[in-house]
Design a protein. Sequence first.
Length: 703
Amino acid sequence: MPDAPAQPTEPGTELLADRYVDRELSWLAFNTRVLDLARDRVRVPLLERARFLAIFSSNLDEYFMVRVAGLKRRIAAGVAVPGASGIMPRDLHDTILARVRELVAEQSRVFAEEVRPELAAQGITLLTWADLTDDERAAMGTLFEERVYPILTPLAVDPSHPFPYISGLSINLAVLLRNPATRARQFARVKLPTNVSRFLPLSGDRFVPLEEVIGHHLHRLFSGMDVLQWTTFRVTRNEDLEVEEDDAENLLHALERELLRRKVGRPPVRLEVADDIDDQMRRLIVQELDISEKEVFELPAPLDLTGLFGIAGIDREDLQYPPFLPKTHPELAEVESAKPVDVFAALRHTDVLLHHPYDSFATSVQRFIEQAAADPLVLAIKQTLYRTSGDSPIVDALIDAAEAGKQVLAVVEIKARFDEQANIAWARKLERAGVHVVYGMVGLKTHCKLCLVVRDEPDGLRRYVHIGTGNYNPKTARTYEDMGLLTANPIITDDVARLFNHLSGMTRETRYRRLLVAPEGIRSGLLGFIEEEIGHARAGREARIRLKVNSIVDERVIDALYRASAAGVPVDVWVRGTCGLRAGVPELSENIRVRSILGRFLEHSRLFWFAGGGHPHVGLGSADLMHRNLDRRVETIVLVTQPRHIAQIEHLFDLAFDDATASWWLDDTTWHQRTLGDDGVPKLDLHEHLIAALASRRAERDR
């Protein structure tokens, strides 16, 4: 990307002290929007509402494991410094717990009073043991004996058996036993196996929770004892990695050791118990886990609604989003032949701007890498891998290329949160195949999405590049909205080649012609473009800023947007998750609009648009506007220059900010759902609209 204009030394305006929304509370507002989808009877099909209940739970699990755990570490370390929002850590923790208590109570209500009864009305029933017929009980008894009983491990607590370690996110049965001879009471714990379905299928679409089946067969586990009561509980632990990085060579071993330590010894950050729990058992669990009462959440059974993922996936198309099949991008589609298009020939003709999942990942990015691996003219492939699927054709293609004698470099980010173990496995597999594997840079995560192919052509070596906003993961590419650029532009390919040399070698490269690269260049570059828009506005030229990110919390960027607003620059921020700025506040952000769109696909692309006085600067890349992305990760933003690509991105922003499009609007610090019109009719669904536009484009091409 061209050098950004210089930043002014004076901010140009006085800003409010409380101008930032707290990051953690803003994230909870995001998860509230997810819960809104589970409540949406008008726009969201029933099984998809069940899925959003599961997503809400899964999101909250990760939030406690990482964000709340980090906050508790600050408190334990005696850090009494307020965050950017001005809230002290202990006060923030209390506020989070109070808000989460409200949210999970509402989630339980939505499940019990809306989703579960509506599923039953459609013949999909989630039953208790008491609801089963005699035949169903017999069938579950047989299943228990044959498939469940052999893998259970009951653990009693007594003077010779200490309280067992409770693994994070496991569902456990707390059992109160009585010795019939001594009348003494005793506590026991049974962990639900994770290799058995959480909701066990009966006849038709009838299901019973696994814990119900185990709970009514506890006499088989504790023969000779009286089972007085059983209930369920679940612990969430600090699961964030703590790795001291000495050098890249030792990082892999350090991470492997840390993953082993993660299995035990992680302090709890949340305890969920069924609301029918015995007081004595509750006190014992709380005491043994050494957790405070304010971190205990009593909820109606069943606990852990992530189990609804299994229910949402049953074969009932009438209760799900209509089937959708991504289409091959028109510039990569072969019209007159069933033979796949030559991606390299296509890119010699034109750049290709991809928009997933509407444009097929398999026939674009995946085909690009697979053709490179098989092409005898290709000499080298270099690629970053942050997250990929368990049966990744991308990894297989890199292995095939290495085994064919090509030079292959894989920059594998093994610190990708919760995917560390999988990434270690792929790194080892790649190394065994002869791929040059680099584990990123010391102190930085490699989060950029890059693939470089070097090809020996009749007129000399030519390089081809893919730069994207999303991971090289064929599975998530079907549900994550992302964008990518395929190009043979020599300026961009040279920039990417120099960046790969920086990642794998000892260069000190920090300046590029068509890229902004973090940690050195993205914040300063974006701030420069914002200040340029302020200059255009003051000179009476066309000025506007449009940003699309997953999260925006960086204070310097937010302050720059406030300054732009004060200078009269219209600012549109399209954010999926956390938003640290206040929108529409007089004398602070009255020219800033913030929208959020959630639905069928997970909005994941990062787009950057500046009016440039009538000559727009438009970029796409991997970076969110967060400290970790701008300071502690290798990220890239590439400038898009072809007018039709700029127009395509502009059209996306126009749709997102159209009042007729379903979205959530931020007013100061409060989000408002604007998905229905005043007449109760659903507003335009962006995802369904783009699917329809894709179908229309395909039909027009086929005519």
